[in-house]
Design a protein around this ligand. Structure first.
Ligand SMILES: NC(=O)c1ccc[n+]([C@@H]2O[C@H](COP(=O)([O-])OP(=O)(O)OC[C@H]3O[C@@H](n4cnc5c(N)ncnc54)[C@H](O)[C@@H]3O)[C@@H](O)[C@H]2O)c1
Ligand SMILES: [Zn+2]
Length: 360
């Protein structure tokens, strides 16, 4: 098992290991003083993971109640938070309870948000079960829900007491969702670790066949990189924006396609665009986009904007993104693989040129 420390104001540890979930019941008393637990999961994860975990917890003397909701992003909204909270109140979960968010990023964001406001806040623990959640959303303490007006518009910063990452649970994860998480791992390689990038290049096939040792390696290094970044910038004022590499155009593409594309797929295209822009603007000191493109192709991720979207339309979504503030757009570009730079207001015609170049 591997352990990482996250040095936020309220520090916590990330534990990473295969089969780790069996150790949760004996470790929990080190984190929380209560024996009353609300396990939050979507219905798919409930059957695959949470019911077994609840059984182990009960055997160890905990009261473990599962509260579930239908899977999917559509559940990440205030109505679900209210329904879960009401069910928890009816079940008698008081201020001395703790919450375990067991599932993908939807469950982590929703469960963390609920924990942060339930009876003015109860302790919570993250048990991520998708690769995306294991390498990204479970680390950093951002919680929240969507509004019809946009994604993640309501939320809090609320750090978990611990994150348990058991990559054994990934064996049931559909390949598309494995790839979805791999896109974020590629991102960490691009911005912070040439070694991680090269590991991905050399072990792409092992990863696509769910090789546990390769998964452990990428999860550990992804969490290490994200933990270092969020420790230095807990509330997203500065450095944390580096995590947006590939996300400026990625988010624009997601919005243009009305979210009918997996986040990681959109980010893959967005990363190629950012790499290409780095070259066009003379920021890149080595060719980065061809190498990035072939890695993403190897991993089965898209590298081109889909047909039928005029570049101007995609660009219009860049300007409506909540991260563009008072018309100022800070993009994350690459100096080389493993090294980023912030770049203010890239010229619009260069952005258009890149989107045109990368359209199918
Ligand atoms: N808080 C953050 O910093 C942060 C960062 C990135 C993304 N996010 C959020 O994460 C969400 C996306 O996360 P996601 O992709 O994990 O989505 P998700 O939680 O909807 O999970 C994807 C699908 O996988 C299923 N699933 C989960 N674990 C499984 C398993 N082990 N085996 C089989 N199926 C399994 C789920 O039931 C669901 O259908 C978005 O809402 C996004 O905004 C948050
Ligand atoms: Zn992302």
């Amino acid at each position: 098992m591997k352990v990482l420390k996250v040095a936020t104001a309220q520090p916590y540890e990330i534990w990473i290991g295969g089969g780790l979930l069996t150790e949760v019941p004996q470790d929990l008393p080190n984190l929380i003083s209560t024996r009353t637990l609300a396990l939050i999961s979507d219905e798919t994860v409930r059957e695959l993971v949470t019911e077994d975990l609840a059984r182990l917890l009960k055997e160890a003397g905990f009261r473990a109640e599962i509260f579930s909701f239908p899977p999917g992003e559509a559940s990440k909204r205030m109505e679900t938070v209210v329904e879960l909270a009401r069910a928890m109140v009816r079940a008698g979960l008081d201020r001395k309870s703790a919450l375990l968010a067991v599932g993908g990023g939807v469950t982590g964001d929703l469960g963390g948000f609920l924990a942060s406001i339930y009876l003015r806040g109860i302790p919570y623990i993250q048990i991520p079960t998708t690769l995306l959640a294991q390498v990204d959303s479970s680390v950093g303490g951002k919680t929240g829900v969507d509004l019809p007006e946009g994604k993640n518009l309501l939320g809090t910063f609320y750090q978990p007491r611990r994150v348990y990452i058991d990559y054994g649970v990934l064996s049931s994860l559909p390949l598309a969702h494995l790839r979805n998480g791999l896109a974020e791992v590629v991102k960490y390689g691009c911005i912070a670790s040439r070694e991680l990038f090269e590991f991905l290049e050399s072990r792409a096939l092992s990863l696509l066949s769910y090789d546990p040792e390769a998964l452990e390696h990428i999860i550990y290094h992804s969490c290490r990189i994200k933990a270092e970044i969020v420790s230095q910038d807990e509330r997203e004022g500065g450095l944390r924006r580096v995590l947006n590499f590939g996300h400026t155009l990625g988010h624009a593409l997601e919005a243009a396609l009305q979210y009918e594309i997996l986040h990681g797929e959109a980010v893959a295209v967005g990363m190629v665009a950012a790499a290409r822009l780095s070259e066009l603007l003379g920021v890149a000191e080595e060719p980065v986009s061809p190498r990035l493109e072939s890695l993403l192709r190897e991993l089965g991720l898209p590298v081109r904007f889909p047909e039928g979207f005029p570049p101007e339309e995609i660009l219009s979504f860049v300007w409506s993104d909540k991260k563009v503030w008072q018309g100022r757009l800070t993009m994350v570009l690459l100096k080389r693989v493993g090294e980023f730079v912030f770049y203010e207001n890239p010229p619009e015609r260069k952005l258009l040129q890149v989107i045109k170049e990368l359209s199918e």
